[in-house]
Structure formats: structure tokens, C-alpha cells
Design a protein. Sequence first.
Length: 93
Amino acid sequence: MGCRAQINIRGDCLANIPTIQRLIESLPKEVRTCSKCQEEAIVQVSEHLLHQDGGIPFGEAAIFGCDESLDKVIESVLRAQPALGDCFESKKS
Ligand SMILES: [Zn+2]
């Protein structure tokens, strides 16, 4: 273990979260999963965002995983939809 990390999704990209989520879930498991620690990259959205209907979206979303799985997942997402590059903040551990 020890390589856990996360990438936050920018607040102005919240509308793209379903797309990002779909893209990540459609990736093969070996792409989503770290070969060293088996940590799987997943998109998590904070509670109030999920329960929000209408109005201005607020809350937080991030992709959790580890160094390796996040790199692989982001690379694949950007290959599929380069425009989403602006949605991701830099990776932090
Ligand atoms: Zn790992």
C-alpha cells in the first residue's frame, strides 16, 4: 500500500461527472486497478451533490485510487475525450 492518491474534479466541471464516471467504469479492470496494490480508481461525489435536484450544483467530486491507477485512468479518459483535460486538478497523495 502507501500509494493512495486522489485527483479532484474542478467545480465548474460537475456537469461532466456522469461522463467521467461512465468512461472510467467502461475501462477494463486492469486499467482501473493498480498492479502493485490492487487499489481501484473510483469516482466519488459528495452527498449534497447527489441529493441535489436543480439549482446550482455544489459539492465536491474526486477520483480516488493510487498513483498508478489514477495515471492510467486519466490517460484513458483524455484519450477518449481530450476536452475533459480541463476538469482535473493535479494529483495529490
Ligand atoms: Zn498502487
